[in-house]
Design a protein around this ligand. Structure first.
Ligand SMILES: [Zn+2]
Length: 149
């Protein structure tokens, strides 16, 4: 799902949360909102490391082109795509670490809520367009599979 959509849906979601649970305060609202779209920084990190290029603009362009390419594939082929780019923050590992840290500070709980909401949207996108669920699965698995290829 495109970052602009995450930004808007994340804003609506964190606003609703803030209105229902005002005790989270403005910092809670802001943390959840920021986490709901800044999680995608891991895509940029993948680009910067694998392509040895720190240009945010070129990274964005590259992902847009890759996304356009995958949309041209037949749905069945898309689902079976074995090579998933490892996205550190999108996996179950990040969720587990944040869940643990949440016991120590609310900040991590807010980040966790933002991440889970983001991944829920990614999940809908994946199911609807027929991408691989590995994108939001284990990133250790994705990294090992990626390095093997
Ligand atoms: Zn995402």
């Amino acid at each position: 799902m495109y970052p602009s959509k995450h930004l808007i849906f994340g804003l609506i979601f964190s606003l609703v949360l803030y209105l229902v649970f005002q005790e989270i305060g403005i910092p809670g609202f802001l943390t959840i909102w920021l986490a709901s779209f800044l999680i995608d920084v891991d895509h940029y990190l993948y680009y910067a490391i694998s392509k040895k290029d720190i240009s945010l603009k070129r990274a964005y362009k590259w992902f847009m082109e890759e996304s356009a390419k995958s949309f041209l594939m037949p749905k069945e082929k898309r689902k079976k795509m074995n090579k998933q780019i490892p996205c550190a923050f999108h996996g179950v590992e990040a969720i587990a670490i944040l869940a643990l840290l949440s016991f120590f500070h609310n900040f991590f709980l807010f980040v966790l809520i933002g991440f889970v909401f983001h991944e829920f949207l990614d999940f809908l996108h994946i199911v609807y367009y027929g991408f691989s669920l590995k994108h939001i699965g284990s990133q250790t698995y994705n990294l090992v599979a990626y390095l093997k290829n």
